[in-house]
Design a protein around this ligand. Structure first.
Ligand code: PNS
Length: 170
């Protein structure tokens, strides 16, 4: 059934994406198959100081998603649920890698649900190749001069490697 705009099921995929990884890409592509429209949204995590600006992260994710017509990329300040409501999103999609993610993600999901009961958090289990993968792992490997080819999407590899070299002088 084709849905008109008011019936479209919109999901948001939030994160820091510093940098976007192959694990993020997998979750975004799977969300794009399940929802009519997906908005990947770069948020500010107050506990982290990013190596890419929010504009740069939006640009990199846009490159990764350029073949997905129902995916757009944006950034937000403030509370995620306020953004979700503004966009009429029905779901927040997050990837879950291991049990270690669960406590944190569960707490955030419950908080978000208290604040916005009409927005559901949907967890996608990570692809088994990406169970270990996170942006902080990528940053750490790059920091010590390691090869991050298998961890970040090919189309952004050069940009990410160059920034890591500048930042960590490797
Ligand atoms: O990739 P991350 O670092 O887990 O992404 C976290 C992000 C940016 C999605 C999260 O920190 C966030 O939603 N920040 C906005 C503030 C907010 O709404 N927090 C949730 C309620 S405590």
């Amino acid at each position: 059934m084709k849905r008109n705009d008011s019936m479209k099921r919109i999901a948001i995929c939030p994160g820091s994406f510093d940098p976007v990884t192959r694990g993020h890409e997998d979750i975004i592509r799977r969300a794009a198959r399940l929802f009519d429209q997906v908005i990947v949204v770069v948020g500010a995590n107050p506990d982290k100081s990013p190596i890419f600006s929010a504009d740069e992260r939006v640009e990199l994710i846009s490159l990764v998603c350029r073949d997905l017509p129902n995916v757009s990329v944006d950034q937000f300040q403030g509370l995620l649920v306020d953004y979700a409501k503004e966009k009429n999103a029905v779901a927040i999609v997050k990837g879950l890698r291991a049990v270690s993610d669960f406590d944190y993600e569960f707490q955030i999901a419950l908080t978000n649900h208290k604040l916005a009961p009409n927005v559901e958090t949907v967890f996608f289990t990570s692809n088994s190749h990406n169970m270990f993968l996170s942006s902080s792992v990528v940053r750490q490997v790059a920091q010590f001069g390691g090869d991050i080819t298998q961890f970040v999407p090919e189309c952004v590899l050069d940009r990410v490697t160059a920034r890591m070299r500048e930042n960590y002088s490797v």
